[in-house]
Design a protein around this ligand. Structure first.
Ligand code: COA
Length: 259
C-alpha cells in the first residue's frame, strides 16, 4: 500500500515504520504524503486505538528532511514545504488517540521535529537527537523552534539549535525530551506496553487530556509557528543554503559567506 513506510495494526496499535533505511529514513515529499495518509488512518479507523511511529533499520529513526530536495526550492516552495510539515505534525500533536515515537537511532532535524510532535517519546540507548539545520544554512521548519522550547526550555533549546550539537538518549531523558530509555531490542515492546496501558483507560478522557495539554501552548504557538514558516522560507533565497546542502551531498565541509 505504501512505498516509503509500512504499517501494521496489532492489539489496537497502528505501528508506522518510516522505511528508507538506505537514506536513514529521511523525510522526502513521498514520505510526507504517505505519513499524512497513515495519520488519517489513525483518526478514521475505529480499530486503531493508538499509534507508534518508528524508523526502519538499526541506525536511524529519521535523519531529517531530505536534503537533496532542498537545492532547487524557491522561498515560496520553502514556505509550501514548511506548511505541509506543519499541517501533518499538527495533526499528530492534536490526534485524540495517543501517538508515541519509538526513537531507534538518529532523530535529527525533521526527525526530531516529528518525534516532538508525538505525545511523548521512548528512545533506545543509541538514539541521538538534534536540530542541526544551521549546518546547512537553514533553520528547523516543521515546528522545531517551538516544540523544542516547550519540551526543554529556552536556553537549552537555543544552545542545541545554534551549536547544532546532538544529544544522546540519556541526556535527552534528563532534558525531558524523552520519557524512557531502553535497549534497542526492548524499544518496541516497551512502547507497546505503554500504549496498551493508555488504551485501557477511557478513550474520550485521553483525547480530552491531549486537547487540554495542547491548549496550554496555543496562545504563544500561533505567532511562533507562523514566524518559523516565514523564516524557514527565507532560507531558500540564500547562497548559504545552496552551499550547505551541496556540501552535504558532496560530503565536504561547507564554506558559508552569510549571503
Ligand atoms: N537527507 C538526505 N539524505 C540523507 C540525510 C538527509 N537528511 N541523512 C542521511 N542521508 C543519506 C546520506 O546522504 C547517505 O546517502 P548515500 O549512501 O546515498 O550517500 C545515507 O543517507 C547514509 O548517510 P551517511 O551520512 O553516509 O551516514 P553516516 O553514518 O556517515 O552519518 C548522519 C549519519 C546522521 C550523522 C549524517 O547522515 C547526517 O548528518 N545527516 C544529515 C542530518 C541533518 O542535517 N538533518 C537535518 C536536515 S534539515
Amino acid at each position: 500500500m505504501y512505498n516509503t513506510l509500512s504499517t501494521q495494526l496489532k492489539d489496537g496499535i497502528l505501528e508506522i515504520t518510516i522505511n528508507r533505511p538506505d537514506k536513514l529514513n529521511a523525510l522526502n515529499q513521498e514520505v510526507m504524503k504517505e505519513l499524512a495518509l497513515a495519520i488519517d488512518e489513525v483518526y478514521k479507523n475505529h480499530d486503531v486505538k493508538s499509534a507508534l511511529i518508528t524508523g526502519a533499520g538499526p541506525k536511524a529513526f529519521i535523519a531529517g528532511a531530505d536534503i537533496s530536495e532542498f537545492l532547487t526550492l524557491s522561498p515560496e516552495q520553502g514556505a509550501e514545504l514548511a506548511k505541509i510539515g506543519h499541517t501533518i505534525f499538527q495533526r499528530i500533536e492534536e490526534s485524540h488517540k495517543p501517538i508515541v515515537a519509538a526513537v531507534n537511532g538518529f532523530a535529527l532535524g525533521g526527525g526530531c521535529e516529528l518525534a516532538m510532535a508525538c505525545h511523548f517519546r521512548v528512545a533506545s540507548e543509541n538514539a541521538k537527537f538534534g536540530q542541526p539545520e544551521v549546518n546547512l544554512g537553514i533553520i528547523p521548519g516543521y515546528g522545531g523552534t517551538q516544540r523544542l522550547v516547550q519540551l526543554i526550555g529556552k536556553g537549552k533549546a537555543l544552545e542545541l539549535m545554534m551549536t547544532a550539537d546532538l544529544v544522546g538518549a540519556e541526556e535527552a531523558r534528563q532534558l525531558g525530551l524523552v520519557n524512557h530509555v531502553t535497549t534497542q531490542e526492548a524499544l518496541l515492546d516497551r512502547t507497546r506496553e505503554l500504549l496498551k496501558k493508555i488504551q485501557a483507560k477511557a478513550p474520550l478522557a485521553i483525547g480530552r487530556v491531549i486537547k487540554c495539554v495542547n491548549a496550554y501552548f496555543k496562545l504563544e504557538e500561533e505567532g511562533g509557528f507562523e514566524t518559523e514558516i516565514a523564516e524557514f522560507a527565507a532560507c531558500f533565497a540564500t547562497q548559504d543554503l545552496q552551499e550547505g546542502a551541496e556540501a552535504f551531498i558532496q560530503k565536504r565541509q561547507p564554506q558559508f559567506k552569510g549571503e
